[in-house]
Design a protein around this ligand. Structure first.
Ligand code: CP
Ligand code: NVA
Length: 347
């Protein structure tokens, strides 16, 4: 939990310091005479991060490219049609070659084993940009958004800053959000899996609804990790979406058809019937009347209707804005500062 909080605090710090406007500074005479350009850490100066993406992406890719540029470095997008990996060259050789030419690898893969293999053979750090099992940078943005919106769950918490306030002392620190009851309705996929291993460690209760079928429940390697971290005690799993939203402060969902599962579309739409997040379902299930909504996007109407998705409960777009700052924090810590440390060690 300490490490997660540190990454969130660093993301918030970068968000505040990387604003592209000039902040007024007090001069000795008390006038706001000087203007200071706020600059984030330039830890990627002269460095390149390889974006090794074998699946589509909007948020993760755009966040990564803009974050690398704000840190003074460059992101190199390598789609699966662009390079030799998996066609003319093994993952092992590609990892060694790309890692020898770049300072970090941010990889979106199919099967999770591919990212494990990249990490095994890469001489530089590898960060997961989504795999079949996990989506860690997504959940960091979810958590940052919850902390920024702590006031929505607790009237005593300070409201979030508006753009002009971002530089003020008052918002120097990110506040904690109170322990929440969080409901997730839908498929047991990468985003939920990262929720399972983080939310309980931060004091939140999870209530998950997915159909009984084993393919819609957490796979063994995920559940083993959940148990190993002691998170299982704070997770209630049911097949009834109304049961899942009972007392929920936050309702979360994801697509029912993840990338690569398109052939199962008809079956999945049938199996998830009744799981769509709506006002009616949450009212009938007894959610907290002030419940809020989150979605990683891209979104389909199947899993959440327009009233909720575009309504005042929705935090979906603040989350997508925060993808940039959490990815930037990971790039700074993992690729920027890591290679600096390595070089200092060599010296
Ligand atoms: N949420 C998310 O990862 O979106 P993209 O697939 O567009 O990157
Ligand atoms: N579960 C979805 C998440 C997309 C960001 C997928 O893997 O396609």
């Amino acid at each position: 939990p300490g490490q997660i909080q540190r990454i969130l605090a660093h993301s918030y710090h970068l968000k505040r310091t990387a604003q592209p406007w000039l902040a007024p500074v007090q001069s000795k005479s008390g006038n706001q005479a000087k203007l200071k350009l706020r600059m984030p850490s330039q830890s990627l100066f002269s460095k390149t991060v390889a974006l090794l993406f074998s699946k589509r992406s909007t948020r993760t890719r755009v966040s990564a490219e803009t974050a690398a540029s704000l840190l003074g470095g460059q992101a190199l997008f390598l789609g699966k049609e662009d390079i030799q990996i998996g066609v003319n060259e093994t993952v092992r050789d590609s990892a060694r070659v790309i890692g020898g030419l770049c300072e970090g690898i941010f990889a979106r893969v199919g099967d999770h084993s591919e990212i494990e293999e990249l990490a095994r053979y890469s001489p530089v750090p590898v960060l997961n940009a989504l795999s079949s099992l996990w989506h860690p940078t997504q959940v960091l943005a979810d958590l940052l958004t919850l902390q920024e919106h702590a006031h929505l769950f607790d009237p005593a918490a300070p409201p979030p800053p508006n753009a002009d306030d971002l530089t003020s002392q008052r918002y120097r620190r990110l506040v904690d959000v109170r322990p929440l009851t969080v409901a997730y309705l839908g498929d047991s996929a990468n985003v939920l899996h990262d929720m399972l291993v983080t939310y309980p460690r931060l004091g939140h209760q999870l209530r998950v609804a997915s159909p009984e079928n084993a393919k819609y429940r957490a796979p063994k390697e995920v559940w083993d990790r959940v148990v190993q971290l002691g998170c299982d005690k704070n997770i209630h799993w049911t097949a009834d979406p109304r049961d899942a939203v009972k007392g929920a402060d936050l309702v979360v969902t994801d697509t029912w058809i993840s990338m690569g599962q398109e052939a199962e579309k008809a079956q999945r739409l049938k199996d998830f019937e009744g799981y769509q997040v709506t006002e009616k379902l949450c009212r009938e299930g007894g959610a907290n009347p002030d419940w809020k909504f989150m979605h990683c996007l891209p979104r389909k109407q199947d899993e959440v209707d327009d009233e909720v998705f575009y309504g005042p409960r929705s935090l979906a777009f603040p989350v997508s804005d925060n993808r940039k700052w959490t990815i930037m924090a990971m790039f700074d810590l993992l690729f920027g500062k890591w290679s600096l440390l390595e070089r200092t060690k060599e010296a």
